[in-house]
Write a protein that binds this ligand. Structure first.
Ligand SMILES: O=C[C@H](O)COP(=O)(O)O
Length: 252
């Protein structure tokens, strides 16, 4: 069975004291309120990783994610961060292929395949984002787009590695826009994704967590998470308020 996961993506928000305060609130509230079968993840900017790791301490249900990494192991790549460096700070998950990285930093499916490999080689777990832009949705091409993203970045993996991947479906037109996919649209796409994974990897696909992302908040999480193939959420804006983020983790 797929694990229930609520992952926050702080994106490029918060300075040091704000990050420490938010992480402390999340850890305290999650301890008291998040159901024990839900994995809560904070996806934080690189500069906050050490502080947030320290705050998480030995909390049992809260994990740490980075928002990107480079695929090369080390060397003259000024400004980049390797998977091994992230691992050395105790990072558990790495968000890869977010639409903002695809759009603003030109990340291709091929580059992302190499990043997926680097993350897995360093014993961390990728949260791999897929999703279509508005024009693709309006042209009815969402299945084709997502299928290409999955096959070009993930389908080279042997099944034992593939089982470590978390998928996040984020329709780009719903990110930060306040426009959420309907619960039905989310479930339809998640079911399609599950079918694509099953066609490639068989029953192992049933254990893969497929998260929904895009204007998910306490007021709509319950309805979205009710979808049979929706195993949780990748939360942007609402992960910046501890009470909202933890409320979402109770929305199953
Ligand atoms: O990674 C998170 C997603 O981009 C969703 O962001 P949002 O919840 O602010 O729409």
């Amino acid at each position: 069975m797929a694990k229930k996961i609520v992952a926050g993506n702080w994106k490029m928000n918060l300075v040091k004291d704000e990050a420490k305060a938010l992480a402390s609130e999340v850890v305290a509230q999650a301890k008291a309120e998040t159901p024990s079968d839900v994995t809560l993840i904070m996806g934080v900017p690189f500069v906050h990783i050490a502080e947030v790791k320290n705050i998480i301490g030995d909390a049992e249900n809260v994990f740490l994610a980075a928002q990107n990494c480079y695929d090369k192991p080390s060397g003259a790549y000024t400004g980049e961060i390797s998977a091994a460096q992230l691992k050395s700070y105790g990072v558990d998950y790495v968000i890869l292929g977010h639409s903002e990285r695809r759009e603003y930093f030109g990340e291709s499916n091929e580059m992302l395949a190499a990043k997926v490999d680097a993350v897995l080689e360093n014993d961390m777990l990728p949260i791999f984002c897929v999703g279509e832009v508005l024009e693709e949705r309006e042209a009815g091409k969402q299945n084709e787009v997502v299928s290409k993203q999955l096959s070009e970045s993930l389908f080279h993996l042997p099944v034992e590695d593939f089982k470590k991947v978390v998928i996040a479906y984020e329709p780009v037109w719903a990110i930060g826009t306040g426009k959420t996919a309907s619960a039905e649209q989310a479930q339809d796409m998640h079911k399609e994704i599950r079918a694509m994974l099953t066609a490639k990897y068989g029953d192992a696909a049933n254990d893969i967590s497929i998260l929904y992302g895009g204007s998910c908040k306490p007021s709509n999480a319950n309805e979205i998470f009710a979808g049979a193939d929706v195993d949780g959420g990748l939360i942007g804006g609402a992960s910046l308020a501890a009470a909202d983020f933890v409320a979402i983790s109770k929305s199953y």
